[in-house]
Write a protein that binds this ligand. Structure first.
Ligand code: IDC
Length: 348
């Protein structure tokens, strides 16, 4: 009898152990390594995985931006202001606040190039600000656009090549990085000036980073996306910038965007305002909504201009708002409040 009891206890123990082992084998696994394309992105805020863990490396596919599992996605976030004039917001705390409080899943670091005290005169200082924002975005698990904020980039091709080459070497293995290699060209030819500029800078990036997304500016302050039709850049992860200011640019610009989309051109709105093109003047709430509907219908990602406390209507912050985030509601401007509400409502 005693032997039988011992045998029974032994068998019970074995079967319990086996049950435990097979249980642990079915625990959900997190997929943070690129995945095999089989699961839906959830962006679930209740899990510990970040938006970049979930979506991974972004790619263009037809006229859409897709995640690592080939699901189309739309990002919404904020552009910082010219780095040389609003350096106080190029901090890890601001990036953290924009993610946690505003629910931004992307930020744009707008490195001023030519104008007074820009990158061309203060290379190390301006570059360090961009590094700070990139490092913060990586720590927070959100996307970051590295923007060559220039209107004359074709005059400084070698500088752009060496800057982006350095960024690609340092950060090219991180899925967070998106390169915007020319903010807003003026009235120069796509075929003769802009396309060759982009091709040279892209070659410098691709020498170190074969796959992160690169966004190219288009003629007339990045409005003429339709000029790219039939003349796209030969690289498999390039999108094109469309910029608008809702109180100035209306249906005519959506028509241009639609024409490009219909021709399979992927568009990324790396910068827009709900004011006039000056960044000031007036806010057009009605037109802002029409644009948001258009962007949502077409799953176009965007960043709003801008995180700044300058006295102008497009600035999101009131004068003196801290560079450490933690902004109270009454430190946000009308634009800041509207944009924050839109991001919080729509982002996962
Ligand atoms: C504007 C700033 C303004 C500054 C000006 C300098 O809002 O305070 O004096 O730059 O050029 C853009 C540009 C962006 C502009 C913005 C508003 O990318 O740099 O910022 N805008 O004019 N394109 C269309 C509008």
């Amino acid at each position: 009898m005693r032997i039988l009891t011992t045998l029974f206890v032994f068998l019970l123990t074995i079967s319990l152990m086996t049950a435990c082992e097979s249980d642990s084998g079915t625990l959900p696994e997190t997929d943070q390594d690129g995945g095999d394309g089989s699961e839906e992105p959830t962006g679930n805020p209740n899990t510990n995985s970040s938006i970049v863990d979930t979506y991974g490396l972004l790619k263009v596919s037809g006229n859409k931006i897709v995640d690592k599992n080939n699901n189309s996605i739309q990002l919404r976030g904020m552009s910082l202001f010219w780095s040389q004039w609003m350096g106080q917001y190029y901090t890890s705390e601001t990036v953290k606040w924009l993610k946690e409080d505003w629910k931004c899943n992307i930020v744009r670091a707008a490195m001023g190039v030519e104008d007074s005290d820009g990158y061309l005169t203060n290379k190390e200082t301006e570059k360090q600000k961009i590094f700070t924002v990139i490092d913060a975005a990586i720590a927070e698990g959100i996307y970051v656009i590295v923007d060559w904020h220039s209107h004359h980039a074709e005059d400084h091709v070698e500088d752009a090549k060496s800057f982006f080459s350095e960024i690609a070497q340092k950060y090219g293995d991180q899925p967070n990085i998106i390169y915007e290699i020319y903010n807003e060209p003026l009235n120069v030819s796509w075929v003769d000036v802009l396309k060759p500029y982009h091709e040279q800078v892209i070659a410098a990036i691709r020498a170190h980073d074969p796959d992160n997304m690169i966004i190219c500016g288009t003629r007339t302050w990045s409005q003429d996306v339709d000029e790219v039709i039939g003349n796209t850049i030969n690289d498999n992860n390039v999108a094109y910038t469309l910029h608008y200011y809702a109180a100035t640019h209306k249906q005519f610009l959506r028509d241009k965007a639609q024409k490009a989309l219909d021709a399979g051109i992927p568009i990324f709105v790396t910068e827009y305002g709900i004011t006039e093109a000056s960044g000031d003047g007036s806010i057009d709430t009605n037109e802002a909504q029409i644009w948001w509907d258009f962007l949502d219908q077409n799953k176009i990602s965007w960043c709003n201009w801008s995180i700044a406390d300058k006295q102008e209507l497009s600035a999101a912050l009131k004068s003196g708002a801290s560079g450490l985030g933690n902004w109270a509601d009454d430190e946000l401007t009308d634009s800041g409040k509207m944009i924050r509400a839109e991001i919080k409502e729509k982002n996962p």
